[in-house]
Every structure is written in C-alpha cells, then in structure tokens.
Design a protein around this ligand. Structure first.
Ligand code: BGC
Length: 410
C-alpha cells in the first residue's frame, strides 16, 4: 500500500510539473472556396506547428449560413474551440450573454495594442474595455474586378470607373457575355449596393446612414441616385445564374463576365487560378471613383469552456494568429491586408499593393459590419436580394423600405 501511495505521489508530481498537454482545437469558419481554403490552410499549418492541433470546422455556404450554425452550437452548450466572425458588431449578443472569453491578457502579453493597425480593428473587438477577439485581416468590400479579355473581345477599353463599365455593358450583353456577375447569396447584393453608395455618394454618407442612422439622408436625393445606380447594376446582373460569390468570380476569371463588385477575398480566387493582376484582370478600388478601402475583415473569438487544456490552446491560437509569420502567409493567400503594420508584404501583387497604399494614406472607412447590427444587415440583405431579383421593384419603392430599416436600426 505504501509503495502504491508513493508511486502515485511521484506520478502526480510529474503531472503537475509537465506543461499543459496538447489539445485538439475545433476551429469553425466559412472559408471553403479555393482561395479561402489555401489561406485557412496557412492558419492551420501555423497552429499545428505548436504543441496543439487544428481540427477544421469549415461550414460551406458563406457567413450568412455559417454564423447561425455557430451561434446555435454556442447557445446549445456545445462550444467549439474558436470561431471566425467578421470583426464588428456580430458578436455583441454572445459577449453580453457571457459566452465568450476575455482575451485582454493575451492581447497585452503579445503587444497587440502597439502593433495592430488601424486601431479601430481592436476597438471592434473591445466591449467595456475588454478585448474579446483576435483580428486576422483587413478585407475591404470596395473593389470592382474586371476581366480584361472580356472587354478586349468586344473592342472596348477596360473601364477605369463605374460609369465606363455601365456604358460598356450593352456591348458585352450583345456579344453574349454577362456584364456584371452577381450570385444569389443575399449579402452579395447588399454588399454591392454599399459599395455603390461609397463610390457615388461618398464615404460620409455611408457612415451617417449606418453609423448615425440618419433617416433624412437615407430618404434623400443622394441615396436616390445610389438606388438608380443599383437599378443599373440590377440590369447588368440579369442572367448571372450562379449562387456562391466565388462562382460569380469564376465567371470573371474565365472571361464570361465583364466584372464583379466584391470584397478583396476575390483576389484569392484569381491567385489560385494563376491569373495576373494588370494583364489578365483589373481591380478598381472604390469603383475607380473614390479610392478608399473599408476595414471589414475577420476575427476569431474564443468560447468559454470548462477545460483547462482547451483554454490554454485558445491562448496559443490567439497569439499564433497575429504572429508576423502567420500574418504574412495567411494574408498573401487570402488577398487581405495584415492587421499589423510591421510585416513585410513585398510579395504582394499589384491589387494588394494598391490596397496597402490606400491603407497607408489613411483613406479608410469603417465596415458596415462595424456600424450595423447583424439584425439590420440581415434586413438589408433581404431587401437587396429581392430588389436584384425582381425588376418590378422600383428604386423608389426599395428606398422607402431602406428608410424603414434604417429607422428601426440600432
Ligand atoms: C469574410 C471573408 C470571406 C468572405 C466570403 C467575408 O465575410 O470576411 O474572409 O472570404 O466573407 O466567404
């Protein structure tokens, strides 16, 4: 008996002295396109290089499909190890419900406050002075992606701005090409509308309408002209029979469509397809009108779990996501910009370089996910997918519904 007790004492001492054991951490995200899979592979590789292992929890169908699934896991008491959301207001209710970890200690230990740029990325993670997420990139919506060959094939110059694109659309249509590629995921249409708003009415209008919920502005003539432009975009998008955003990007990559309004995650698809910015395709920030980028993007959140090994692995993941090496490898594959200003992105292509220049010049605006709640954005998604699908809805009628959504928003 004595021998058994002393053997037990020894093994307990060894256990207590050994570092926290390796954990398998389930990480949920919606990165399933070719470019996205390549990028998330870099995060997994970096984490697998620590003592822990990345268990991939990819959900197909985009953020609109993935987020409710993640939320139901969390409120159902079956938390994953970590999950992706857009940085901004999407996690507000989960934080209020006390389901997510305060990661301030890691942020401080890793010096995030000194290296993360712009600071607004960390502000978006912060509630009541506590940092709840690890931002991993800056993805801007404000881009138009154009197939050079599609325009050349109809004898038109590659457009330099939105108006030139609209003017070239009939020639593309006549040649049997799709002028504007838009898929059916509802966020694609509201995203395109918001990009038109920034390009044609200016960034201040978007910030006032969504940030301040300025109902008069929403109902006024500036927004009316954006709705008129959205009706042009709707016309140009007719016949684009695809569902997912990357299928729409693929129409541009294969020169079957003239262009797509899409965030710079589209960049990852051109990259995987071996296309060269400048010669095969053209990217116009701010639709060639207002050279700006918004600070949308992705962040990881860490649920509270009753398991010390998982908690320790979450800390390691948070630190790994923002390390210099991970930031470079991930963002080069993703088409996004790093969240820290002190990394070497000399390998970036022309479009990313344009984005970096715009960022360095400080020509940024907040993302819609930073200004609106998830509920308001879902209502906008519903409105715009209907508007794009039903040419019977007049721009005026759509604007009236838009005003109601802004009025009820928080
Ligand atoms: C995310 C991107 C992602 C895109 C399409 C956006 O909400 O920020 O990382 O590539 O959705 O799935």
């Amino acid at each position: 008996m004595k021998a058994m007790l002393s053997a037990l004492a020894v093994s307990t001492a060894i256990f207590a002295a050994s570092p926290a054991s390796a954990a398998d951490l389930e990480v949920m995200h919606w990165w399933t396109s070719g470019g996205e899979a390549a990028a998330v592979g870099e995060l997994a590789k970096a984490f697998d290089g620590t003592e822990h292992s990345w268990v991939d929890g990819a959900i197909a169908g985009g953020g609109g499909t993935a987020r409710p699934i993640m939320v139901s896991r969390l409120i159902g008491g079956d938390p994953m190890g970590a999950f992706q959301f857009n940085h901004g207001r999407q996690a507000e209710e989960l934080i209020e419900a006390g389901l997510l970890r305060d990661m301030t200690a890691i942020a401080e230990a890793e010096g995030w406050l000194d290296v993360v740029y712009p600071q607004s990325l960390l502000d978006s993670c912060t509630v009541d002075g506590k940092i709840y997420c690890a931002p991993v990139n800056i993805h801007s919506w404000q881009w138009l992606w154009l197939s050079n060959k599609a325009f050349e094939s109809v004898g038109a110059a590659v457009p330099a701005n939105w108006d030139e694109f609209v003017a070239a659309a009939p020639a593309l249509r006549k040649a049997g090409l799709q002028p504007l590629a838009v898929g059916q995921q509802s966020w694609q249409t509201s995203g395109a509308f918001n990009v038109l708003m920034v390009a044609l009415a200016g960034p201040d209008v978007l910030v006032k309408v969504y940030g301040d919920k300025d109902v008069d502005l929403a109902a006024g003539p500036e927004l009316a002209s954006v709705f008129a432009a959205a009706a042009d975009a709707r016309e140009m998008s007719q016949g684009s029979n695809v569902q997912d955003w990357n299928q729409a990007t693929n129409l541009v990559i294969t020169d079957k469509a003239g262009g797509q309004i899409m965030g710079d995650w589209a960049q990852g698809e051109f990259q995987v397809a071996g296309k060269v910015a400048g010669s095969d395709y053209t990217c116009l920030p701010g639709l060639g009108v207002n050279e700006l980028i918004d600070t949308a993007g992705d962040a990881f959140y860490f649920p509270i779990v009753d398991d010390a090994e998982i908690t320790a692995a979450q800390d390691v993941l948070a630190a790994t996501l923002l390390s210099k090496e991970t930031q470079v490898a991930f963002n080069l594959a993703k088409g996004s910009l790093p969240v820290r200003g002190d990394v070497d992105l000399s390998a970036a292509n022309d479009c990313m370089k344009k984005g970096l220049e715009i960022l360095a010049a400080g020509n940024t605006l907040p993302a819609v996910t930073q200004l609106n709640t998830e509920d308001t954005n879902n209502q906008l998604n519903d409105l715009f997918v209907e508007f794009f699908n039903d040419t019977g809805i007049t721009p005026e009628a759509a604007q009236a519904r838009f005003v109601d959504i802004i009025k009820s928003g928080e």
